[in-house]
Design a protein around this ligand. Structure first.
Ligand SMILES: Cc1cc2nc3c(=O)[nH]c(=O)nc-3n(C[C@H](O)[C@H](O)[C@H](O)COP(=O)(O)O)c2cc1C
Length: 386
């Protein structure tokens, strides 16, 4: 049984925290509710005391005693700012400063409040400190506005809390950088050269790493699927964006997984405006892009694990993947055959060969989430060897 401090702050979603409290108690945890005065306008502290089965006359300093996990759900913009800056003007903020265990935060606010640079900076500060953010989700807010700001569902927050509490795996607290999707290289203002990658494999890896306790940054190149809630999302639509962010953010990462299909070539010149249709042929010159994986391999630091993906077609794919593993300085290469329509690009399933120094093994066709789990098991083993 773990001791969980459950912070509830002043948003409409406060009522949903009742269900979260119930789930935590049902899972056998000792829950200490910390309801802010702002939240008491929506729910009563009494309700949470009852749900948490706290005895009357409970120790008023209980919030300052050792706890394994602090969950703040919903977390208002106000409390997010307090957590980022270390204010201690109510029992929850005070507890957060005194707390030394894991912290999980489920923000909930108006989409414009969430998008404000001040809130973005506060969320980034917390993530840098290792705080796990779940959500917010996209959808309609209580006031009928559409956008990102809704609190994640209680069962999702509960799952994340459980993972943090049980997380003893080597990815706990590790910084994992994952790229996903396919880059698009502009030809003119509206056209691009791209590929069919949906981002499913990279998203499954990011979600899997997060579930294992990692602090995940996802470099997203035109994803066709939603990014997992709670990961730090960085949009990298072109190969140049992805190169810049991967090299910049890779410095801090313990694990880098380059699952995105990054263009090998881009138009040498992109027109600023849309080229009007005419009878003339349009001849393109394509120039090679930087090999991001090789560049990461050159700059990697001691103990950093580097995983590359090889999207190959045909029988010679394995040969080429072996050669890439040796040349690019990666610890692990994931080879997938993109000539098949049932696996690889834009498919729900994959079948891969994992290549590491001296070992090769094929992982049978399975949903990408399961393939991601096998890859992450390998990463964990490499970290332990490291
Ligand atoms: C009806 C109503 C709904 C609100 N909903 C939210 C919300 O969802 N998210 C948020 O950040 N603030 C919301 N606020 C504003 C907060 O309640 C306010 O910033 C308060 O100071 C938060 O205090 P706390 O963070 O200590 O709980 C709402 C205010 C009102 C009156």
């Amino acid at each position: 049984m773990a001791r969980v401090l459950l912070g509830v702050t002043g948003g409409i979603a406060a009522y949903k925290a009742c269900e979260l409290c119930r789930l935590l108690v049902k899972d056998g945890h000792d829950v200490v509710p910390l309801v802010t005065p702002g939240a008491e306008r929506f729910v009563t502290a009494e309700t949470f005391r009852a749900l948490a089965r706290r005895p009357p006359g409970d120790d008023v300093y209980l919030h300052l005693t050792r706890a394994d996990l602090l969950v703040v759900a919903p977390c208002t913009a106000n409390t997010l700012a307090k957590l980022a800056h270390g204010l201690a003007d109510n029992v929850l903020a005070e507890a957060a400063l005194a707390h030394r265990g894991s912290v999980l935060v489920a923000p909930a606010m108006n989409p414009r409040m969430w998008a404000h640079p001040a809130t973005r900076a506060n969320a980034a500060t917390l993530r840098e400190r290792g705080v796990v953010l779940v959500g917010p989700d996209e959808g309609e807010t209580a006031e009928g506005e559409l956008g990102v700001g809704r609190m994640a569902e209680p069962d999702e927050i509960f799952d994340a809390a459980r993972n943090l509490l049980m997380g003893t795996g080597p990815l706990l607290g590790k910084r994992v950088l994952v790229s996903a999707g396919g880059t698009r290289e502009p030809l003119d203002a509206v056209r691009f050269v791209g590929n069919r990658s949906s981002g499913r494999m990279g998203v499954a890896l990011a979600a899997g790493a997060q579930r294992r306790g990692a602090v995940v940054t996802l470099l997203a190149a035109n994803l066709a699927v939603p990014a997992p809630a709670g990961v730090e999302l960085v949009e990298t639509p072109t190969a140049a964006d992805l190169e810049r962010e991967a090299l910049g953010r890779g410095v801090e990462a313990d694990v880098i997984v380059m699952a995105a299909a990054v263009a090998d070539y881009r138009p040498a010149e992109a027109l600023a405006a849309k080229r009007p249709k005419d009878k003339a042929a349009w001849t393109l010159e394509l120039e090679p892009t930087t090999d991001v994986l090789s560049a990461l391999g050159e700059h990697r630091h001691d103990g950093q694990i580097l995983v590359g993906f090889a999207a190959e077609t045909g029988a010679t794919g394995l040969e080429r993947a072996r050669e890439k593993l040796a040349r690019k300085g990666a610890d692990l290469f994931v080879l997938n055959d993109v000539s098949r329509t049932d696996i690889g690009f834009d498919a729900y399933e994959n079948e891969v060969t994992l290549l590491a120094a001296g070992t090769e093994r094929t992982v049978a066709k399975a949903p990408k989430e399961e393939i991601a789990a096998v890859i992450l098991d390998e990463v964990e083993a490499l970290l332990l060897d490291g």
